[in-house]
Design a protein around this ligand. Structure first.
Ligand SMILES: [Ca+2]
Ligand SMILES: [Ca+2]
Length: 429
């Protein structure tokens, strides 16, 4: 038992070492971390590459795809740009200087393909740059690893972030959509919380190109939803689709006069003719009249409509918003996925116990139990009741799984013979 536990505990340590905790971190440049890793043997291109790969990293190419020394197999175009002095991209971020002037870069060699100076790597060494790697041993290899793009928690509303190469994607909860799960259906409307800040009129324009408009607030529930939504995403002040007309009449985006619950904060409105309405983050998201020329985040709103055609599979109910740029599929029980394309495997979670086999069905499962077990999940022992009792006279025992009865030929139909306190009688209950 202890050996088993110790083995399990050791695995994460070994894994961590092989997928990139070795070396010294140097800098992060456009989605890649750069590290220097101790090498052993002559600083050839082959050795630099082998050192990076053994540490679980990739081998960055010197320069971009047009660079003569990058046009070889074996390296990854990570975004370095300086072909002739390929270590300068890193040193400039690290030290603000070229590589020979940056102490941490001393002895660092970069892969140059297999044809530069007989397969050498290029390094900063002994006052030379590029120093010929074939003539030096046991220095450092420049390696790179894709950064974790999920570190900043880019997915909103509980979306799950998936790290990708220089990018991320979000798996959104049901009822949410968009690159960062920023589009939400609520009470017959769709809302999109913006990722950027624009002037009031530009924000209005952006919403209308998506066949929507800046969000109005027409009831208290909607106001709470929008305020909570902003707080859960950007947390930034956001434009609403309402205007304050002289003399302080609040109107909706269709120019009708507001009847809703939105109260403009008591703060004195600034003296502008053109006043937009902002939910101010620094004032508990109270509505405030603000010059439309200011740049703020915003919330777009669109009606929820049915889809034409229905692209949801397996009988899913399809709704769309923002001119069908967003599709929501409401899946029947037992189905999942953006388009209800996944038939959920109810056997996935080891539902059948005691070695029972599971058969998946639509929104259900069945367990086939091994001999000696019973129950929906084979969770209970199948007691052989008839082996435990002796029925009196020539009555026969019937095992019903959870109970037994002794049946006598002379009990009337529907009245089995039952035991109570050691004596038997025909009873209907
Ligand atoms: Ca990444
Ligand atoms: Ca199923």
């Amino acid at each position: 038992m202890w050996k088993f536990l110790i083995f399990i505990a050791a695995v994460p340590t070994l894994l961590a070492a092989s997928v990139g905790s070795t070396g010294t971190f140097l800098a992060t440049i456009s989605g890649y971390d750069y590290l220097k890793v101790q090498a052993s043997g002559p600083m050839t291109a082959t050795n630099v590459k082998a050192t990076c790969e053994a540490a679980g990293y990739v081998t960055p190419c010197a320069g971009d795809g047009t660079c003569k020394w990058s046009s070889h197999d074996g390296c990854v175009l990570t975004g370095l740009t300086k072909c002739t002095y390929p270590l300068d991209d890193v040193s400039e971020v690290l030290c603000g200087k070229r590589a020979p002037l940056c102490r941490v870069m001393r002895g660092v060699y970069i892969f140059m393909g297999y044809n530069w100076r007989s397969g050498s790597a290029c390094g900063v060494d002994g006052g030379y740059y590029c120093s010929t790697g074939n003539d030096h041993s046991d220095k450092y290899a420049l390696c790179a690893r894709d950064t974790d793009d999920c570190v900043s928690n880019p997915c909103w509303f509980g979306g799950t972030c998936v790290d990708e190469t220089r990018d991320f994607s979000c798996v959104c909860p049901k009822g949410f959509s968009g690159r960062r799960c920023e589009i939400v259906a609520f009470s017959g409307k769709c809302y999109q919380f913006s990722l950027d800040a624009l002037s009031g009129s530009d924000a209005e324009q952006t919403c209308s190109t998506k066949n929507g408009h800046l969000a109005d607030v027409k009831d208290g529930q909607q106001q709470t939803f929008i305020t909570d939504g902003i707080a859960a995403t950007t947390g930034a002040s956001s434009w609403l689709g309402m205007k304050l007309k002289p003399v302080y009449t609040l109107t909706y985006s269709d120019d009708s006069v507001s009847q809703g619950p939105l109260q403009i904060s008591a703060a004195q409105p600034p003296a502008h003719c053109d006043l937009c309405v902002l939910l101010n983050s620094s004032n508990s998201f109270q509505a405030e009249p603000t010059a439309c020329t200011e740049q703020h985040n915003y919330v777009c709103q669109s009606d929820v409509e049915s889809c034409e055609p229905n692209v949801c599979q397996n009988g899913g109910n399809c709704t769309s918003c923002f001119a069908e740029s967003v599709i929501f599929c409401d899946c029947p029980d037992g189905f999942a996925g953006t388009l209800c394309e996944i038939e959920i495997d109810e056997c996935d979670s080891n539902t059948c116990q005691n070695g029972g086999t599971c058969q998946d069905d639509v929104n259900s499962y069945r367990c086939r139990c091994r001999p000696g077990y019973m129950g929906d999940n084979c969770e209970s022992a199948d007691v052989d009741w008839c082996a435990l009792v002796t029925c009196p006279f020539d009555w026969t025992c019937h095992d019903y799984g959870t109970h037994f009865t002794c049946k006598a030929p002379f009990c009337p139909d529907g009245m089995p013979c039952k035991e109570r306190g050691g004596s038997f009688s025909c009873r209907a209950d």
